[in-house]
Design a protein around this ligand. Structure first.
Ligand code: S3P
Length: 435
């Protein structure tokens, strides 16, 4: 599906952020291996979390899903199978496009007394899996992958898990979580040290479920544990909200309110970055929802200026770089993004994908090995651009269309459904004409 977006004269409205993808994945996975039963409200509507749910069902977990009403996301009722209660699947497990599903599920499938095979789509089958196979194998799991144990499909074939001490080579929440989940069934303690902070939803949820887990600065230690199911009210996804926040900042006549946005500090780097660029952002009604901080975010037309983004902020905003790049193109002066080499191994190479479309749109931008430099001019040219089947590139192009000089046509726009199926409907409701 191709879509064309053009600039509305005014951009004023209220949006409810859809349920957070990262929290939704964890709410299904952890409750599936918990004792008891839990209700998960405002579950992410994206295809990625549906992949996780499908895999847990294939492993014998009973999960009921009921339709969203109004603005609320779907509700799940998960009957926990217990930490050792999963059963051998009849077929290959399909993680679709979801790196989080494949990497976190690997921690759950590692060292089970049954065989399983997990695969994914073309994009996921080209993303590195050695980063999880290595530590999980050190723990005693037997895992095989294509191309010398680096790529999916992955085959899990038993093993006996023991705790390890492991320094993560990269600040990845997926890698950290995979090891922690295996650590729940390992003999002794598993201790992980991260080079920088990454999202901490796994640690928070495991603690709420009664796991033996301790966080000490950049180290996390987990011991063999049974966990209890807990109800989860999933906060709104800041990674989805970021598109509307940037739209509100860069449109010349705008005020957008995004309701119910999760602002966990390990996710909110995008707000810090935009504030540093001079953004007029206000946080209203800050509150706590099921152990996660939440606020409504108001974004108003702003005169943005370029900035330098590097170091420990990057893991806290990695998924938001494609939309921050649009803000940078509309800002004054240069924005330089460094220490973001992880972008090269996301759903696409997001450094190339972003710089390529910006250059075609007349923006002065250049790729760097670990990031990019963008000289803002306040102008983005219309035209036809490829999403490269990457949801965040498609949505960044959609927001660019709301400020571009001429309409922007996005090829393969429907991939937004990976994280945000209602994205184009919301864009239409905000007046960004979509043909
Ligand atoms: C995620 C972690 C991040 C992020 C991804 C979701 C998670 O990946 O990019 O979209 O839910 O744990 P890495 O942990 O590999 O950096």
């Amino acid at each position: 599906m191709d879509l064309t977006v053009s600039r509305p004269r005014r951009l004023v409205g209220e949006v409810v952020a859809p349920g957070d993808k990262s929290v939704s994945h964890r709410a299904v996975m952890l409750n599936s291996i918990g004792e008891g039963q839990a209700t998960v409200r405002n579950f992410s509507p994206g295809d990625d979390c549906t992949s996780t749910m499908g895999i847990m069902r294939a492993l014998g977990v009973e999960i009921e899903r009921s339709e969203a009403s109004d603005d609320a996301g779907d509700t799940l009722v998960v009957k926990g199978a217990g930490v050792d209660g999963l059963r051998e699947p009849d077929d290959v497990l399909d993680a679709g496009n979801s790196g989080t599903t494949m990497r976190l599920m690997s921690g759950i499938l590692a060292g089970r007394d049954f065989k399983s095979v997990m695969t994914g789509d073309d994009s996921l089958r080209s993303r590195p899996m050695d980063r999880i196979i290595k530590p999980l194998s050190m723990m005693g799991a037997v895992i095989r992958g294509r191309e010398n144990d680096t790529l999916a499909p992955l085959e899990f074939d038993g093993g006996t898990l023991s705790g390890i001490e492991y320094d993560l080579p990269v600040a990845s929440a997926q890698l950290k979580s995979a090891i922690l989940l295996a650590g729940l069934r390992a003999d002794g303690k598993t201790r992980i040290t991260q080079p920088d902070a990454s999202r901490d939803h796994t640690e928070r949820m495991l603690a709420a479920m009664g796991a033996d887990i301790e966080v000490n600065g950049l180290s996390v230690t987990v011991g063999e544990s049974e966990i209890d199911c807990v109800d989860v009210d999933v906060p709104g996804d800041i990674s989805s909200a970021a598109f509307w926040i940037v739209a509100g900042l860069i449109h010349p006549n705008a005020e957008i309110v995004v309701k119910g946005v999760g602002i966990n500090p390990t996710r909110a780097g995008v707000l810090t970055a935009l504030l540093d660029m001079g953004a007029n952002i206000e946080l209203v009604d800050e509150r706590d929802v099921a152990g996660e901080p939440v606020a409504d975010v108001v974004a108003r037309t702003s005169n943005l200026r370029g900035t330098e983004l590097a170091g420990s902020i990057m893991p806290l905003m990695m998924d938001e770089v494609p939309i921050v790049a649009v803000a940078a193109a509309m800002a004054e002066d240069e924005t330089v993004i460094r220490d973001a080499e992880e972008l090269r191994i996301k759903e696409t190479d997001r450094i190339s994908a972003t710089v390529d479309w910006l250059v075609t749109a007349g923006v002065e931008a250049e790729p760097r090995d670990d990031g990019m430099a963008i000289v803002g001019s306040g102008r983005i040219a219309g035209g036809t651009y490829q999403s490269q089947d990457d949801h965040r590139i498609a949505m960044a192009l959609g927001i660019a269309g709301m400020v571009a000089e001429d309409p922007i046509t996005i090829v393969e726009a429907s991939c937004a459904s990976i994280s945000y199926p209602e994205f184009w409907d919301v864009l239409r409701s905000l007046g960004g004409v979509v043909e």
